[in-house]
Design a protein around this ligand. Structure first.
Ligand code: MEV
Length: 437
């Protein structure tokens, strides 16, 4: 039975590995050897990885692929994609080519505003709390000057600070709702430092406010933290072309294909079971580029799904419609990403990915990521409403099945040839390998 351990994080790496493999694995030697084999051979690179988190024992690889031919606002990009799902990169490449032949992707930044909140309790009357806030606002902001200086030099800073009365939802609950421009940084550390300073000053000011005099500590700060919900840090990506220029598989006419795509998106607008899978396909593209560029995919996932449910109903992130005989496929996406700070300077592969993307600003990276999501959704719907998803998906999955079944290099080559014209399934591949044994 596994025993608890104290002071684990204080042990060195070799000691941690020894304890882990001896406690948990049937073959401790093999388990330790695997960890070593996934460590970077260059000790200085491995050290960087070790220091990203606590208790690093090794690395966990995911494949990094690229999808070329993304024409975005008239410029070509090759997208770096970190993802394990077989068909995603191929689908991105296909959609990129399809739309490059029809004018490419267009993107627009609709807003760059980040958000942070100080959540506090105050039992005073709300008009007194409002008057207190108005009297203290300038001092609060002034107290952050040293923290704001560098960001302001880069053109960003604290944009606004508002008091929001939330007492109808929760007794005595107020917020200071702060908005920020963090330029090319994702800005989490900057925002949280400013919020904590504002909260400190809020407490000081509240103790000095005469109308609160009856209480020693009239304001109780519960917490100060940025929000990953950024509905005003928004990018729009779209493709459009005359309906007659659409091309589909399965001998569908361009008009019938356009209608099927529109219907598929409408279903995802009204039906949450479908919307979740529809949006998951969009996240295949988004997360892959977000990971490759060292951004926080958990924050981005949380923010995007909240946005998809912003009217109280979880819906498709994309829209499809016909406007003056032009087919339009479009998505607005909240995205708080950075191209400076965080992992961008520390992870060698992140630096590589950013150079591949021509060292984008945060605004440009938002546009590229949105395009990756839109392309992925188009590719999925194009297959779903025509041949179905399995044909392409299983073709890409063939190598995984062959590897699971320990096929030799020669068997793999034969199988790839055979399954060009035969349906792929686990049992079909197994039968094929048996026939060749
Ligand atoms: C699979 O990873 C993603 C899809 O299910 C997305 C969709 O259904 O739209 C193909």
């Amino acid at each position: 039975m596994q025993q608890p351990i104290s002071g684990f994080s204080k042990r060195n790496k070799a000691e941690k590995i020894k304890w882990i493999v001896e406690q948990h694995f049937e073959d401790p030697k093999a388990a330790a050897a695997l960890l070593t084999s996934y460590s970077h051979p260059d000790a200085s690179v491995q050290e960087k990885h070790d220091e990203f988190i606590e208790n690093t024992l090794s690395n966990f690889y995911l494949p990094m692929g690229v999808a070329p031919n993304f024409l975005i606002n008239g410029r070509y990009f090759t997208l770096p994609m970190v993802i394990e799902e077989s068909s995603v990169v191929a689908a991105a490449g296909k959609a990129a080519k399809y739309w490059a032949d029809r004018g490419g992707f267009r993107t627009t930044i609709l807003g760059m505003e980040k958000v942070g909140q100080i959540h506090f309790l105050c039992s005073e009357k709300s008009d007194i709390v409002q008057a207190f806030f108005e009297s203290a606002k300038k001092t609060l902001i002034r107290s952050c000057a040293p923290l704001l200086e560098r960001m302001e030099k880069r053109g960003g800073g604290l944009l606004d600070l508002k008091l929001i009365n939330k007492t109808a939802a929760l007794a005595d609950y107020y917020q200071l709702h702060a908005t920020f421009d963090t330029q090319d940084a994702m800005g989490a550390n900057f925002i949280n430092s400013v919020l904590e300073q504002l909260a400190k000053q809020l407490l000081i000011a509240s103790r000095d406010y005469p109308a609160f005099a009856a209480q020693e500590q009239p304001v109780e700060v519960v917490m100060s933290i940025l929000s990953n919900y950024v509905p005003n840090c928004l990018v729009r990506a779209e493709v459009r072309c005359p309906v007659t220029e659409l091309e589909a598989e399965d001998n569908l006419t361009p008009e019938a294909f356009a209608q099927k795509v529109i219907q598929a998106v409408q279903i995802a607008q009204v039906e949450p079971y479908r919307a979740v899978t529809h949006n998951k396909g969009i996240m295949n593209g988004i997360d892959a580029v977000v990971l490759a560029t060292g951004n926080d995919f958990r924050a981005i996932e949380a923010g995007i799904h909240a946005y998809a449910a912003r009217d109280g109903h979880y819906r498709s992130l994309t829209k499809a419609f016909i406007e003056n005989e032009t087919f339009v496929f479009q998505m607005d996406l909240p995205l708080a990403v950075g191209t400076v700070g965080g992992l961008t300077q520390l992870h060698p592969m992140v630096k590589w990915s950013l150079e591949l993307l021509q060292n984008p600003s945060a605004r440009e990276l938002m546009q590229i990521i949105a395009v990756a999501g839109l392309a992925q959704n188009f590719a999925a719907i194009r297959s779903l409403v025509t041949s179905g998803i399995q044909q392409g998906h299983m073709k890409m999955h063939l190598l995984n099945i062959l590897n699971q079944l320990d096929a030799s290099a020669e068997q793999k080559e034969q199988a790839i040839e055979f399954f060009k014209t035969n349906a792929v399934s686990h049992s079909a591949v197994q039968a094929f390998l048996t026939s060749k044994a």
